[in-house]
Design a protein. Structure first.
Length: 94
């Protein structure tokens, strides 16, 4: 979660630098801000993609656990399967 906060902060700070630089005519500050914002936005997209992929993995793991638990009568495994399935759904929505 701290990466998400850091990426968001860097994006806003970079955008602010860009705006101030453009407004006051400081091209170096504007370029630096644009670069900072672009890097933060790219890092956030990469983090989102990683979380989504992990969510897919948890969803599949949960489905397998749920089905194996159901077939073998292992209620604990079936319950863990439900939990992992929900966890995967939540991670994919981030």
């Amino acid at each position: 979660m701290t990466d998400r906060i850091q990426n968001t902060a860097n994006s806003y700070i970079g955008g602010a630098k860009q705006t101030v630089g453009e407004t006051l005519g400081y091209s170096d500050l504007a370029a630096n801000g644009a670069h900072q914002k672009t890097q933060a936005d790219a890092a956030q997209k990469a983090a989102d993609a990683k979380t989504h992929a992990e969510g897919v993995g948890h969803k599949v793991q949960g489905e397998v656990q749920k089905n194996v638990g159901s077939l073998t009568g292992n209620n604990d495994m079936e319950a863990r399967g439900h939990v992992n399935e929900v966890r995967g759904d939540l991670e994919r929505k981030v």
